[in-house]
Ligand binder design. Structure first.
Ligand code: RM4
Ligand code: MN
Ligand code: MN
Length: 422
């Protein structure tokens, strides 16, 4: 090996102590503050309600009972974090039949938030036993399409530009369905739904490998979601739910490819250990989310413009206090987004071009291990927000007051341990 190659390969480690090497430069601080200025994340209404597993659910006094409670809780999260102005809603779980969209908008406004993505429900009604858009019965496919169209119209009425589609469709046994025919039904229904979109509305197509179907899920992975979104029309994009992948899958590569194809519509963030666990973001693998954000920042740096991506949370806080879990999630998302913004993309490109594998990887590792808390606190202070939203929430007494009031209201309404899923 030549002396020159030796010098490159075994470059002596920098003599400065690690703590100093991890201290962000003023350029990095600026990059992080700028990134935080544009980062918003949508909270799910169902994250404030009592949820559980198929084995049952444990109830919390402070859990939201109705849409007003959910919007109030979301308002508390936004007041403290300043980056959650919208709330995702599930049509079936959140809207009463005949409820006026204008009233819902007013309610959201009262709590300082707006209605975000509209999620139709295509899995709870009995007629969806064998699917919705993939159901062999034409009348069920038509009913599913009607519900999606109603959801699109509802989105227009509440001035929300996202309709988010997740299908529980699939089959449980080999031979049960014609896989290609089901694909065709999906294409037809998605096209028909797309025709109803207003300008500015986006249709998000989510995928999930299994559950509730355990043999063949109709939209099982990002490639299938990509094809379905393409078939639907130009306003349809792919929705990546971080929990909807097999364990070893490289999610950031999927993100990079979808970005490159201009087909990444948004995220449902959560963490997982086994399957679709819906655990708190970053509780198991924060580096995974960092790597996803790194791909997005790299793309933004290259194009000079941030892509339009809907960052959304999709979690069920089965046994954690719900607002605390949501604040924890939002803070984690901000922190990882900030850490990823530390990476100097021009420098990384040089290292990549020179095949400096270890140094390139170190750039990512160092960014990940840098403490960005002081920058986050500075950003919060500049925006009139508490330095520690979680601590502030605990201090506020919100949970206790909500618990007492909702417990009494549940009793007055005669709501027992049963109740709807969300
Ligand atoms: C799915 C998926 C969807 C959610 C449904 C209820 O696992 O993540 O986004 O709406 O659950
Ligand atoms: Mn999801
Ligand atoms: Mn899920």
């Amino acid at each position: 090996m030549s002396a020159r190659a030796y010098a490159i390969t075994f470059r002596a480690p920098p003599s400065r102590p690690i703590s100093q090497r991890m201290k962000p430069s003023s350029t990095q601080v600026r990059a992080v503050l700028q990134a935080l200025d544009t980062f918003e994340i949508e909270v799910p209404s169902w994250g404030f309600a009592d949820t559980g597993t198929r084995f049952g659910k444990y109830l919390q006094d402070a859990a939201a009972i109705d849409l007003n409670d959910k919007l109030a809780d979301a308002g508390q999260v936004h007041r403290l974090t300043g980056c959650c102005p919208t709330v995702a809603v599930h049509v079936l779980w959140d809207f009463q039949p005949g409820q006026k969209p204008a009233e819902v908008m007013k309610l959201a406004k009262k709590h300082g938030v707006r209605i975000g993505s509209i999620n139709p429900n295509l899995f709870q009604d009995q007629h969806y036993k064998y699917g919705s858009f993939g159901n062999p019965r034409a009348e069920v496919r038509e009913a599913a399409l009607r519900h999606v169209v109603e959801s699109i119209e509802l989105g227009q009425q509440v001035r929300s530009d996202l309709v988010s589609l997740w299908f529980a469709d699939g089959t449980n046994y080999p031979g049960q369905g014609n896989l290609r025919e089901r694909k065709h039904w999906f294409e037809q229904c998605l096209k028909a739904a797309h025709r109803k979109l207003a300008r500015g509305q986006t249709l998000l197509v989510e995928y999930k490998p299994f559950e509730p179907a355990f043999y063949a899920t109709d939209i099982a992975d990002w490639g299938m979601a990509y094809l379905m979104a393409k078939a639907a029309g130009p306003q349809a994009k792919v929705l990546v739910d971080t929990g909807h992948h097999y364990v070893a899958q490289n999610i950031e590569q999927i993100v990079a490819w979808l970005l490159d194809e201009d087909m990444l519509g948004g995220f449902h963030f959560n963490d997982r250990r086994y399957a679709d666990d819906d655990l708190t973001l970053g509780s198991i693998d924060p580096y995974q989310i960092f790597r996803i954000f790194h791909e997005i920042h790299a793309y933004t740096a290259e194009r000079g413009k941030a892509p339009k991506i809907a960052y959304m949370i999709d979690q069920s806080h089965n046994d954690k206090p719900k607002i605390e879990a949501t604040i924890q999630t939002v803070m984690m998302a901000q922190e990882l987004y900030a850490k990823a913004a530390l990476v100097d993309h021009a420098k990384l490109a040089v290292l990549q071009g020179r095949e400096r594998q270890v140094d390139a990887e170190e750039m990512l590792r160092r960014a990940f291990f840098t403490d960005v808390t002081p920058i986050l606190q500075r950003w919060r202070k500049a925006n009139g927000l508490p330095a520690d939203p979680l601590a502030e929430h605990r201090k506020s007494g919100y949970e206790k007051a909500a618990g007492a009031e909702r417990k009494a209201r549940r009793k007055a309404l005669g709501l027992g341990a049963g109740g709807g899923y969300a």
